[in-house]
Design a protein around this ligand. Structure first.
Ligand code: NAI
Length: 247
């Protein structure tokens, strides 16, 4: 396997991020397995990557804290080399009707889901530009960032925001051979969707033409395509992985 550069995957200790980290590890990237609090889970993902013949390292910072992001990514670049790929996956939900959402909850959603991805991107793009070797950035948005969803207005706003940001960055850094794309997952089986009630799950299933929830690996496959050179002429694009839900 040819060794490729550093691929930082945020929120890689579980769910979709873990599947992306494993996939990129299997493709020869030196995977930065990012976590915040799930150290033992992140260690298990890294050891799976290594057992499969891949390479990686652990990296921890709070996506909600810009200074923490900047300092840690700078240290990562010094230790492991320039960033070849960034997958902005970490995110939280905060489902509630807008009327019941406090300023603190709104701030937290915006800071983690949107500002966090923006600051990670700025820090990684600095490294990509300096290395003069191009790069690829992928944002994990959501189907609700395209359709909207009652009870998820602020979450949806952060996910739509990622699309606007990704398309703008695609134009800003295209001349540096850096690409920026988005994946919008539908309903994927992870801890995030585990807590839905059976009634919610049934209603969701009725809206999915392929009649099932997606697997994290199915999102990871689309991300790997966008990270790798097979998609070298694609930038500013949004790929839905949602079983055919209409957007
Ligand atoms: P998850 O809850 O299993 O994983 C989220 C990850 O983000 C965790 O590793 C968590 O530690 C990390 N994270 C959260 N807050 C953080 C913070 N302040 N600092 C650092 N890391 C933090 O969620 P899942 O389902 O794997 O989701 C991954 C991404 O996919 C999220 O951005 C989510 O919004 C998006 N998504 C998920 C869908 C689903 O059906 N599961 C559907 C559409 C989008």
């Amino acid at each position: 396997m040819t060794q490729k550069g550093v691929a930082l995957v945020t929120g890689a200790s579980r769910g979709i991020g873990a599947a992306i980290a494993k996939k990129l590890g299997s493709q020869g990237y030196l995977v930065g397995v990012h976590y915040r609090s799930g150290k033992s889970q992140a260690e298990a993902i890294l050891s799976e990557i290594k057992t499969a013949g891949g390479k990686g390292f652990l990296i921890s910072f709070n996506i909600g804290n810009p200074a923490d992001i900047t300092n840690t990514i700078e240290g990562m670049v010094k230790e492991y080399g320039p960033v070849a790929a960034l997958v902005n996956n970490a995110g939280i939900t905060g489902d509630a009707l807008l009327m019941r959402q406090s300023n603190e909850q709104i701030d937290e959603l915006l800071n983690v889901n949107l500002r966090g991805a923006i600051v990670c991107t700025r820090e990684c793009v600095k490294s990509m530009i300096k290395a003069k070797n191009g790069g690829s950035i992928v944002f994990i948005s959501s189907v609700v960032g395209e359709t909207g969803n009652a009870g998820q207005s602020v979450y949806s706003a952060t996910k739509s925001g990622l699309i606007g940001f990704a398309k703008s960055i695609a134009q800003e850094v295209a001349s540096r051979k850096i690409r920026s794309n988005v994946v919008t997952p539908g309903f994927i089986k992870t801890d995030m969707t585990e807590n839905l009630t059976d009634a919610q799950k049934e209603s969701i299933l009725r809206s999915i033409p392929l009649e099932r929830m997606g697997e994290p690996e199915e999102v990871a496959n689309a991300v790997a395509f966008l990270v790798g050179t097979d998609s070298r002429y694609i930038t500013g694009e949004v790929i839905a992985v949602n079983g055919g839900m209409s957007t």
